[in-house]
Design a protein around this ligand. Structure first.
Ligand code: ARG
Length: 482
């Protein structure tokens, strides 16, 4: 192919050597060149691009489209280019538009004419879809690794604070006492569902577009199952038009990531509240906080605040990707080049937030006395009094009404329910006996909620055990990079 004189594609009449320049008679406008280029951001796909090319060349040789020797030269050349890039010896060029053409041009410059054969039977359209899927797949694994670390930290903290009592809130009003460990396990559960969403998304990401070529497939006798296998994909994509065009896999990651960030933003909001002087429930070591340039006394919970803010950023990327894909006709459109920056940024953001949280959670210092004191305020054990009356034979609605009266009197006298005398309590119901005081303590209240999913310390310890089992079953095989 192309060795004979006169077969060269470009380089005539001063117009630069574009890999696609054959049918063009003037050079690309300088601004348009920059405007249409993606190498400024897609260079980050070099590893996946080279892996995809190596798989493609290997398969072409097995199919007899390339000779074994040609494939060997191509693979060696690509590996050398990868080393150059990793050692900072590679010069990226905007004129070459994107990562794909930069690598291909470098290959031909390095190994000569045979490099021009690499693009046989493929297109940048299946190439870029392949690169992005490989990238997203590997990053999902990294994100899940960081999530695993964070969940482990939460379970450790839950175990450490299984007996710590804090106020539980609804409407941000003190509702019923709960254990801090139970509260931490609520976050663990949310993250558990996030992990399941990521794992599920990964299945649909891990499908190979390679061989779809530009949109219709190729006339060469390619083996799509083989390239899929070489790249660790589950299967080749079933339709070439769909394979090169849809980016729903990226949208799914953005959606799963947005929900995850929503969870972290809720968690962040609580930490910010709990660290305020008004709550004073927890403290974070100085290394996770910053000060104010004007107010010398300030110690600000920057990490949770920033994570709360970054949730908006990830949700914005989800919206970008949905809008990008909306109304696109089949098959590939240049619009899709706009998928990369949101995908890269949302992945970076997720990893940074998860890493920061994974480091911060074990460092949380609980102010147990403050939380316990707050848990006993505002008649927080009123439900326990009502439940007690039910056990003594009253219907719940009546018990609720009787307890409401007791609460009104306690508030009026500036006392808590357990600070009312038995005589005073009997004024509301003759069924109340001395054993009521066990029920009205915060310890009694949490210990009584002793069923699966409840807040009792014994249940927290049981839930910790289950969580540890679930985590052990999907322990990441390699250390996730931050
Ligand atoms: N840089 C392009 C992208 O990110 C690669 C695919 C280009 N394909 C094309 N037919 N122009 O989508």
């Amino acid at each position: 192919m192309g060795d004979k004189k006169g077969d060269s594609g470009g380089g005539k009449s001063g117009k630069p050597d574009k890999l696609w320049g054959g049918r063009f008679s003037e050079a690309t406008d300088e601004f348009i060149e920059r405007f249409t280029a993606s190498v400024g951001f897609d260079a980050r796909l070099y590893k996946q691009d080279i892996a995809g090319s190596i798989a493609h060349a290997t398969m072409l040789a097995e199919a007899g489209v390339l000779t074994g020797e040609e494939a060997r030269q191509i693979v060696d050349g690509l590996e050398a280019i990868r080393a150059d890039i990793e050692q900072g010896r590679f010069e990226w060029s905007v004129e070459l538009e994107d990562v794909h053409m930069n690598v291909e041009a470098a290959l031909t410059a390095r190994i000569g004419e045979v490099g021009k054969k690499l693009h046989t039977g493929r297109s940048r359209n299946d190439q870029v879809a392949t690169d992005l899927r490989l990238y997203v797949r590997d990053e999902i694994d990294a994100i899940r690794g960081l999530l695993w670390n964070l969940q482990t930290a939460l379970v450790d903290l839950a175990e450490r604070e299984a007996d710590t009592i804090m106020p539980g809130f609804t409407h941000l009003q003190s509702a019923q006492p709960v254990t801090f460990g139970h509260h931490m396990l609520a976050w663990y559960e949310m993250l558990e569902r996030d992990d399941a969403r990521l794992a599920d998304c990964r299945k649909r990401v891990n499908v190979s577009p390679l061989g779809a070529a530009a949109l219709a497939g190729t006339s060469f006798p390619i083996d799509r199952a083989r390239t899929a296998e070489l790249l660790g994909f589950n299967a080749p994509a079933g339709n070439s038009l769909d394979a090169v065009s849809d980016r729903d896999f990226a949208i799914e990651l953005a959606a799963a990531g947005s929900i995850l960030m929503t969870h972290l933003s809720r968690f962040s909001e609580e930490l910010v509240l709990w660290m305020s002087a008004q709550f004073g429930f927890v403290d974070l070591p100085d290394r996770f906080c910053t000060g104010s340039s004007i107010m010398p006394q300030k110690k600000n919970p920057d990490v949770p605040e920033l994570v709360r803010g970054k949730a908006g950023r990830v949700q914005g990327h989800l919206q970008s990707l949905l809008s990008l894909m909306k109304s696109q006709p089949l098959a590939y459109n240049k619009d899709n080049q706009e998928d990369k920056e949101p995908v890269f940024d949302l992945i970076d953001t997720l990893k940074d937030c998860l890493f920061a949280y994974g480091e911060m959670i074990p460092a949380i210092e609980c102010r147990r006395e403050v939380m316990r004191e707050a848990a006993g305020r505002d008649c927080a054990t009123a439900t326990d009094l009502a439940d007690y009356l039910v056990r003594k034979g009253l219907a719940f609605r009546d018990a609720h009404a009787v307890t409401g009266k007791a609460v009104a009197v306690a508030l009026e006298r500036g006392r808590e329910l357990h600070e009312l005398t038995l005589e005073e309590l009997n004024g509301f119901s003759g069924r109340i006996e001395a054993d009521i005081y066990d029920v009205l303590t915060v310890e009694g209240s949490v210990a009584a909620r002793d069923h699966f999913g409840g807040t009792a310390p014994a249940q927290v310890r049981a839930a910790v055990k289950l969580a540890r089992k679930a985590l052990a079953a999907r322990k990441p095989t390699r250390e996730p990079a931050a």
